[in-house]
Structures are given as structure tokens and as C-alpha cells.
Design a protein around this ligand. Structure first.
Ligand SMILES: NC(=O)c1ccc[n+]([C@@H]2O[C@H](COP(=O)([O-])OP(=O)(O)OC[C@H]3O[C@@H](n4cnc5c(N)ncnc54)[C@H](OP(=O)(O)O)[C@@H]3O)[C@@H](O)[C@H]2O)c1
Length: 243
């Protein structure tokens, strides 16, 4: 009876994760959305064992409240979160915009760091405080090739500076989490996932990968993670992504 916790599930990759995981009645899913989200598609995708809960990952009190709700739902000590997928993400950079690093908008950078970095950090911290993470939890921080210092260094022209800065920071957070988490959860694994370029609102219609394929292959990867994968940066195909 695996338990999944997924953030940002009202659309895009998060919604498709719920849709595919809902096919197995043995999966318990904690699917979070911003309180203001339209839940029509999520309700249609959800199974009877999917619990839809509010969580604005940019708002620390909302993340704390969600952790409390999760602890109430998971009162049975046999039910612990086996997979925490920190999927919610925000890009405020216009895709075509080049030269953005020369005129960064401070509020936009801070908002992206808040959702893309502090959200995943506090999800782990508060869920751990509530003792609802399994000892062998797989924490999957959904990042991007845009957060790879070496890949971005090869790109010309360089794009989406604010977003890529926040995803590079998420990558570094994950390196720290991978180092620290086993002091509390002895078999835990933290990985960074690059989901590819996916046709969602964020990825746009020209993206090369369907959301169905991205999620099917990402789930295959996540289910195959072993202890030796702790701290790796992996593409949805299972290939190592360079930092
Ligand atoms: N699509 C791609 O090509 C691509 C490539 C690389 C990485 N990624 C990463 O993959 C993840 C999913 O992206 P996507 O393509 O599915 O994007 P998307 O279609 O734009 O969906 C983003 C999701 O994140 C949620 N979200 C944003 N801010 C939030 C907040 N403060 N609290 C809670 N939820 C919040 C959104 O909810 P609302 O509807 O309420 O805004 C939405 O559910 C992101 O982390 C993204 O950076 C995507």
C-alpha cells in the first residue's frame, strides 16, 4: 500500500502523476494544490484513495498546515509517505527572453525561489517533524536541465535566468538534503529529476515530450530507485544529468 505525496497536482505533470498512480487501487495519494486551484480535472483523475488537500508551497504556514493534515490522515503507523514528489514549480521568465540576467526583477526571482526552493525544503522539514515520512522515503525534487550549471554553460543564447537560478538552487538544496536526511531516515533517497521538455502550460505546445510519456517514464525511474541513487541528478530516461 504505497503512499505518494505530490505537490502542484491540478494541472500539468502533477495532474498526470495523479492520473497514472490512480490506476492502482492500492496506491494512497496525497495530492496537493493551491487553495484557489480549479479542481475539475483533478477530481476526474483521482481514485477513491486520493486525498486532495490544499497547500500553497510558497506559503510556509500553508505547508505546515498541510503537514498537520497529512499526519491526521496517516494516523495508522503502517501508513507513511513512501514517495514525496516535490513537483509544484513556477517560471516567471518569458521563454523567448534573452539577456534576462542583466535586468533581473527582484520580486520575480524571490517568488520563484520561494516556490521552487523553499517549498521543497519545508515540505521535507515539516513532514519529517510530523514523523510521516517512511524510513525509506524517496524524495523527488522536480528540477530542470535549466538548473544545470554545465548544460546552461553550453547554451547560446542563455535563457530564463530567474527560473534557472531557482532550479540551480533547488539542485543544491537536494545535495544538502541527500547528505542530511539519513541522520533521521536511514534508508531515505533524495534525487533531482529533470522531466524533459514537456507539453504543459509551462513547457508550451512546442515541447518535444507528451506529459503521458514524461510521467510514465519518470514513475518507472522513481520506482526503480535504490539506496545508491541518493543525491543523483537524473533525467526522466534514467540518464545522469550533469550538475
Ligand atoms: N514542462 C516542462 O517542460 C518542464 C521542464 C523542466 C522542469 N519542469 C518542472 O516540472 C514541474 C511541473 O511543471 P509543469 O510543466 O507541470 O508546469 P505547469 O503546468 O505550469 O504546472 C505547475 C504546477 O505547479 C503549481 N504551483 C505553482 N506555484 C505553486 C504554489 N505556490 N503552491 C502550490 N502549487 C503551485 C501550479 O498550480 P497553479 O495552477 O495553482 O498555478 C501547477 O499545478 C515544475 O517544477 C517545473 O519547473 C517542467
Amino acid at each position: 500500500m504505497p503512499v505518494y505525496c505530490i505537490t502542484g497536482t491540478n494541472r500539468g505533470i502533477g495532474l498526470e502523476l495523479v492520473r497514472q498512480l490512480s490506476r492502482s487501487p492500492s496506491n494512497t495519494i496525497l495530492a496537493t494544490t493551491r487553495p484557489s486551484a480549479d479542481l475539475t480535472d483533478l477530481h476526474a483523475a483521482a481514485s477513491p484513495t486520493t486525498h486532495i488537500l490544499p497547500c500553497d508551497t510558497a506559503d510556509l504556514s500553508s505547508v505546515r498546515q498541510f503537514a498537520e493534515s497529512a499526519a491526521k490522515l496517516l494516523r495508522d503507523p503502517n501508513l507513511r509517505i513512501d514517495y514525496l514528489i516535490n513537483n509544484a514549480g513556477l517560471s516567471l521568465s518569458a521563454f523567448g527572453a534573452v539577456g534576462e540576467s542583466l535586468h533581473l526583477e527582484p520580486d520575480d526571482v524571490l517568488k520563484q525561489i520561494s516556490v521552487n526552493v523553499l517549498g521543497p525544503a519545508k515540505m521535507v522539514e515539516y513532514l519529517m517533524e510530523k514523523d510521516v515520512l517512511a524510513d525509506s522515503v524517496r524524495v523527488v525534487n522536480v528540477s530542470s536541465v535549466m538548473g544545470s550549471l554545465s548544460k546552461m554553460g553550453e547554451m547560446q543564447p542563455r535563457r530564463v535566468a530567474g527560473y534557472s537560478i531557482s532550479k540551480a538552487a533547488l539542485n543544491m538544496l537536494s545535495v544538502h538534503q541527500a547528505g542530511d536526511i539519513r541522520s533521521r531516515l536511514s534508508r531515505a533517497v533524495v534525487v533531482v529529476l529533470d522531466p524533459g521538455w514537456v507539453r504543459t502550460r509551462m513547457g508550451g505546445e512546442w515541447a518535444t515530450l507528451s506529459v503521458e510519456e514524461c510521467v510514465a517514464r519518470s514513475l518507472q525511474l522513481v520506482h526503480g530507485l535504490g539506496g545508491g541513487d541518493n543525491g543523483r541528478f537524473l533525467e526522466y530516461t534514467g540518464m545522469e544529468t550533469p550538475w
